[in-house]
Design a protein around this ligand. Structure first.
Ligand code: PEP
Length: 252
């Protein structure tokens, strides 16, 4: 039984004060949510303020990225140990914006995933194809390759505790959502790939979030699909009422 997880990726939005205010507004709107995990990933600078606001609530805290060593001379970076110490339980890795603007490779994402686990963070590993790749029928090759490379060298037990996020790049921040059927096809493919790379029990345990313009108006039909285990939400997580509606999705 996979518990759905709804995560808000606040990207580079909200000052610490604004982020704490948004978390405070969200808290009462989701306090009665049952059978769902809730995660907020503010900017690194806002983690402390949001963490204070969330203290004692049912909302978890996560980072948006990390550098794959505990500490060192890596100006501008944050380590998984630091995220953990700041109260994070999760970290988003390999988001397409990181791959695109910061040239993150699959090998680097694999290193980060290893470091995240080592320091006790649950990695949320993002994969997804571009529009050009989808239109030239490369979706499964691209996504399958990303999954295989990100998870290289892990044991089935380690993988079972991870979260994957399928985020078609053409659907992120564009208002274009993959149809529930398109998303389900790729989620089922990813689960099959996990079974092939590890085993069926591991594949059945891994939660696979969908991300790409998830909103109050489309979350219910996405969540009705058997292999969609939650959402990674950008834009719609920046408003308390819309993210609360996503958390409180109506089960089919
Ligand atoms: C994201 O940032 O991971 C995302 C899916 O953004 P949006 O919901 O705005 O498309």
């Amino acid at each position: 039984m996979r518990i759905p997880i709804m995560a808000g990726n606040w990207k580079m939005y909200k000052t610490p004060d604004e982020a704490a205010a948004l978390a405070a507004e969200l808290k009462p709107l989701v306090k009665d949510a049952q059978g769902v995990e809730i995660l907020l990933c503010p900017s690194a600078l806002a983690i402390a303020a949001v963490g204070q606001t969330l203290n004692g609530s049912n909302i978890l805290l996560g980072g948006q990225n990390c550098y794959p060593v505990a500490e060192g001379a890596y100006t501008g970076e944050n380590s998984p140990a630091m995220l953990k110490a700041a109260g994070c339980s999760h970290v988003i890795l390999g988001h397409s914006e990181r791959r695109q603007y910061f040239n993150e490779s699959d090998a680097f994402i694999n290193e980060k995933t290893k470091a995240a686990l080592e320091f006790g963070l649950v990695p949320i590993v993002c994969v997804g194809e571009s529009l050009e790749q989808r239109e030239s029928d490369q979706t499964f090759d691209v996504v399958g390759g990303q999954v295989e490379k990100a998870l290289a060298g892990f044991t089935p037990a380690q993988v079972a505790g991870m979260i994957l996020a399928y985020e078609p790049i053409w659907a992120i921040g564009t208002g274009k959502t993959a149809s529930p059927e398109q998303a389900q096809d790729v989620h089922a493919f990813i689960r099959g790939k996990l079974a092939e790379l590890f085993d069926k029990a591991t594949a059945d345990a891994v939660r696979i979030q969908y991300g790409g313009s998830v909103k109050p108006g489309n979350v219910d039909e996405l969540m009705a699909k058997p292999d969609i285990d939650g959402a990674l939400v950008g834009g719609a997580s920046l408003k308390a009422d819309s993210f609360a509606r996503i958390v409180n999705f109506v089960k089919a």
